[in-house]
Ligand binder design. Structure first.
Ligand code: RB5
Length: 143
């Protein structure tokens, strides 16, 4: 199960991503927003982040205008590794190296074509399981 959320700046792209997930047969839960009216991205970031840390969803996808605010907010939740990705290399690398559990994108930054390729790489790429990456990930929580 994939948790998905956006603010108004990411609403249109979120609709495209959900349609794509449906076509791929990937189950998802939409944590809002549910209309294009202006709203506050931390609310959706926190809802998706908690769905992931509580084990209700394996991964999350968050979209705001830039992807920046919503990724900053998600990364405040312990256990969340939200990666802001606007290219395919980063989407693949953050799964392999960081075991990122949330993908963040900016709906005003990327078009749907690129965004859907990023989504596929993020969902389909496994963590490398390499010791050095595991060690570095563990150190992230040592603050
Ligand atoms: C909303 O206008 C915009 O600030 C928000 O979507 C996001 O880009 C914040 O980082």
């Amino acid at each position: 199960m994939v948790a998905i959320g956006s603010d108004h700046g990411g609403f249109a792209l979120k609709q495209e991503v959900m349609e794509h997930l449906k076509e791929r047969g990937i189950a998802y839960e939409d944590f809002g927003c549910y209309e294009e009216a202006a709203c506050d991205y931390p609310e959706y970031a926190h809802a998706v982040a908690h769905a992931v840390t509580e084990g209700k969803c394996e991964k999350g996808i968050l979209i705001c205008g830039t992807g920046i605010g919503i990724s900053i907010a998600a990364n405040k939740v312990p256990g969340i590794r939200a990666a802001l990705c606007h290219d395919c290399f980063s989407a693949k690398a953050t799964r392999e190296h960081n075991d990122a559990n949330v993908l963040a994108m900016g709906g005003r930054v990327v078009g749907p074509g690129l965004a859907l390729e990023i989504v596929d790489l993020f969902l389909d790429t496994p963590f490398s399981e390499e010791e050095r990456h595991r060690r570095r990930i563990e150190k992230i929580e040592e603050i």
